[in-house]
Design a protein around this ligand. Sequence first.
Ligand code: 1GP
Length: 242
Amino acid sequence: MNGLLVKKEGCKSGLIVLIDPDKIMPDDVASKIRIYEEQGADAFFFGSSQPVKNDIHSIAKAVKESTHIPLILFPGSSEQVTPHADGILFITLISGRNPDYLIEHHVKAAPFVKKLGLKVLPTAYLLIECGYRTSVERVSRTQPLPAANIPNIVAHALAGEMIGMRYVYLEAGSGAKNPVSPEIIRAVRSEISVPLIVGGGIRTPEYAAKLVDAGADFIVIGNILEKSDNPEAVGTFAEAVK
Ligand code: 1GP
């Protein structure tokens, strides 16, 4: 792969902090980003499942200027592509059957991504049911995969890998009541060989550690930091998952 998202040697997993451009105050960007990095974040994801109201370019630029670790776009649509990043998760929502999220947004974004020279991380994105209708579900007009049907989740992850995607992302949805379970991760991990990213509703370092023990290679946290005034909390997650 292009080296943007690799586990550090000797670490059990990597910690990724998701920055939602509509949920961070522009004036707080520099200070928060520095603290997240100091506290052990390995990379930033940047984007939103909903259309962004703030100026996405200026916020991405402010993040980029405040950090040395990779800034990777995690776009909810082709409209969220900005030059102020190191790379882009080129996401295909393979849990759903909406052609817009299987190919249409990719076609729109591809020439722009190429022109900007962003490193591309082809990613199979699987939305797993979490107990309520998430914004990814609403915006993408797709159904999540039922959490109880683990063989079906494994089959989707395997299909993503066989198509050639270089990462599998198991997503419960931002702020999910029920995050992805260790059982699902264990089952997927035992069948695929590409790195496994897990996010959505991870609220405690203890739960994050369980997901890592089950085989997650990267843990993504967002909401828990947006809701707290304590950016240092990243440190306790980093300690638990590395
Ligand atoms: C959402 O996986 C990310 O796309 C992070 O989820 O905001 O719930 O931590 P949270």
